[in-house]
Design a protein around this ligand. Sequence first.
Ligand code: SAH
Length: 250
Amino acid sequence: MDFTVLTLFPELVNSFFGHSLIGRAIENKLICGHCINIRDFTEDRHNSVDDKPYGGGSGMVMKPEPLEKAIRFAKEQSPSSRVILMTPQGEKFDQAKASRFACRKEGLIFVCGRYEGIDERIYNTLVDEEISIGDYVMTGGELASMAIIDSVSRLIPGVLGSEASFQSDSFTGDRLEYAHYTRPAEFKGINVPEVLLSGNHEKIRQWRQVSSLQRTFIKRPDLFEKKALSSQERQILKEWCQELTALVKE
Ligand code: SAH
């Protein structure tokens, strides 16, 4: 799967492409990461990429001409890729969207804005989709594009090493993922739950289901609105509630 990032700060993105699991996935040719400097597509003496907004007001706006050329160049390199504009005004990104991108395997070209954003005419003509990573405003689209590339890449077979690694992830299923522990078995007086040391796979599976449900109940009860409790889950929570009641009474 091809990822191309159009940016004024390629060193930010290239560093991401060179490290950790994403760096290894690129080395192993599971994904491709390209970075295009929008400034390379300027034609004036000063290589200007921004200008004052028509109508006045603060801040600068990214000029349309270099952006258009950069997007067309990226499309020539990867004609079937989708052009995605990073903007806080776009559709909100989530795990379901990450899965859809990973399944479709289409290349993605990310346009990263800076300053006040980009000239409106680019939205109208060259962009397939607008995406936001959340209801807050950052100084540029690079971090947002990296967040998307990262979450899509880890769903591509081979990138995480073991495909089982993401099956139980939060937001892949309907509940948050269970609690994790590693060695030592005791840390600051807190022991790893006995059952995880037992080697009994069925008991461990059951414990994890309970853990996942309890965490969802405590941290993200809104997820129960998206996917109602099954009768088995209801029973687990009832038993937990009885345990808590008994504890309070003691
Ligand atoms: N003035 C604009 C925000 C500009 S922020 C507005 O109010 O809508 C500058 C650039 O950062 C944007 O062009 C976009 O590419 C990026 N950006 C900022 N916040 C973002 C977010 N939450 N999601 C995706 N991109 C974002």
